[in-house]
Design a protein around this ligand. Structure first.
Ligand SMILES: *Cc1c(COP(=O)(O)O)cnc(C)c1O
Length: 439
């Protein structure tokens, strides 16, 4: 299987697509063709891991890590991803819990898979690979967790000082000597600008082998289609129905993985994207032009995206507005509704949901009459305990912290504070690893 940039150019193998992350023309890698699968192809796949290995096989065929795929899958999917049956307002539905990984959000799947691939592709180079990540919270933690203690790979996490929650900060700063956590005296945009300038800086690139692990890497996208495939197959086998999915959406990576699974022939019905007040996708599907907007701050911070990058992939695979509006739907949910859903689901179902997951509940509640005969799987993208400062005041009680997350929160935390400049980043890179003393 080859992968080509959304902007054209020469196809590359999966190795290059994974290691480069973004194509040299600035485009995103997409598979040259999607394998078509039948439900029967998965008859002997009983577990998520079996399904994942079968589903991803064609993408790795002929690559140097083809044989490693089952091990990569096992290393990544080491936690459960259940579709839990629930019932509220007299309606049955399912909640696909993507939040049982090390940092309690779905990004653990993509980051874990990418780390497992990269560490195998990285051979025995003398210089370590240096992964630079700018994060406003969730991504950095998942990437750091995934690459923690991987030989030959270092991770540099840049986050804005004072602008991530206390629990998020701990998830960014509790790792081993191969992870350097930099608290930048600036904004998230400063962090991102520093990473971008480092990539194109000749002096820094002469001494460091940089790479990225951001959410547009195809190695984070592909594994996300596995939990849609597996939950849809289980549902279809049990009921004969193709479930629809309602997916909290920001940069469109998680929802695009569901579209890919359906494209490949998995038994998936409707796909509805739930966005927060950042409503470019719903407006675009309703006919507006695709004009990137400044992102609005909402309670569902990990979805505060004004210019969802994966739309470029979706358009290159599926065409323009009119085609897309028949393929997916999108609904925007505001902060008031998010808060109301967190309260309501706690009162009625006795569960604590995170602000991102709350958008899916709102969309489910507002489904038109005609959709209620269908089966729906709502997607839980993170555990409520990650967003306790929002959730706990709303539900009036503490959210129990999952064991995996607690073990991270219990670790000692270390970071360096740096100025928002490329020079400061260069200095930190030169001196930082294994030398963290300003705890
Ligand atoms: C990243 C994230 C999202 C948005 O996912 P995209 O792939 O960017 O659409 C939703 N919820 C949580 C908790 C996240 O961390």
């Amino acid at each position: 299987m080859k992968f080509t940039s959304t902007r054209g150019g020469q196809p590359v193998g999966i190795e290059d697509a994974l290691m480069k992350g973004i194509a040299s023309d600035g485009g995103l890698f997409v598979p040259d063709s999607l394998p078509r699968r039948a439900v029967g192809d998965f008859d002997r796949a009983d577990t998520l891991r079996d399904t994942a290995a079968l589903l991803l096989e064609p993408f790795f065929a002929g690559s140097s890590i083809e044989e490693d795929l089952p091990a990569i899958v096992a290393e990544t999917l080491h936690f459960p991803i259940p579709a839990v049956p629930l019932s509220g307002d007299g309606k049955d539905f399912w909640l696909l819990e993507l939040h049982h990984g090390p940092t309690a959000a779905f990004k653990d799947v993509g980051a874990g898979f990418l780390a497992a691939c990269m560490s195998r592709l990285r051979g025995h180079e003398d210089r370590p690979l240096v992964i630079l990540v700018a994060t406003s919270g969730d991504t950095g933690g998942a990437v750091a967790a995934a690459f923690d203690q991987r030989p030959g790979i270092r991770v540099v996490v840049l986050f804005p000082k004072g602008r991530v929650s206390a629990r998020q900060a701990r998830q960014l700063t509790c790792w081993s000597d191969n992870v350097l956590s930099l608290e930048v005296e600036g904004s998230f945009d400063d962090c991102q600008a520093m990473v971008k300038s480092a990539f194109v800086d000749d002096d820094l690139s002469a001494v460091h082998d940089f790479s990225s692990a951001n959410s547009i890497n195809i190695g984070r996208l592909l594994p996300q289609s596995t939990y849609y495939a597996h939950s849809a197959l289980e549902h279809y086998r049990a009921t004969g129905n193709r479930p629809g999915y309602i997916i909290p959406t920001g940069n469109l990576g998680n929802a695009l993985a569901c579209v890919l699974a359906r494209d490949m022939g998995l038994p998936i019905g409707d796909i509805i994207l739930a966005t927060n007040a950042n409503r470019l996708i719903p407006d675009f599907l309703a006919g507006d032009n695709w004009l990137p907007r400044a992102s609005l701050q909402t309670l569902a911070t990990a979805m505060d995206v004004g210019n969802p990058s994966n739309m470029e992939r979706l358009r290159s695979l599926h065409g323009e507005q009119d085609q897309l509006s028949g393929l997916i739907r999108a609904v925007s949910v505001d902060d008031e509704q998010i808060a109301a859903q967190i309260k309501k689901q706690h009162a009625e179902l006795g569960i604590a949901i995170c602000p991102h997951t709350a958008t899916a509940f709102q969309v489910f509640e507002d489904l038109p009459e005609g959709d209620l005969r269908k089966d729906w799987i709502l997607v839980s993208t993170a555990h409520a305990a990650k967003f306790e400062s929002i959730v706990e005041p709303l539900i009036g009680e503490a959210v129990a912290v999952p064991e995996a997350l607690q073990s991270i929160l219990d670790k000692p935390s270390r970071s360096h504070s740096i100025a928002p400049t490329l020079e400061a980043l260069g200095d930190a890179l030169a001196s930082g690893f294994g030398n963290k003393d300003d705890a």
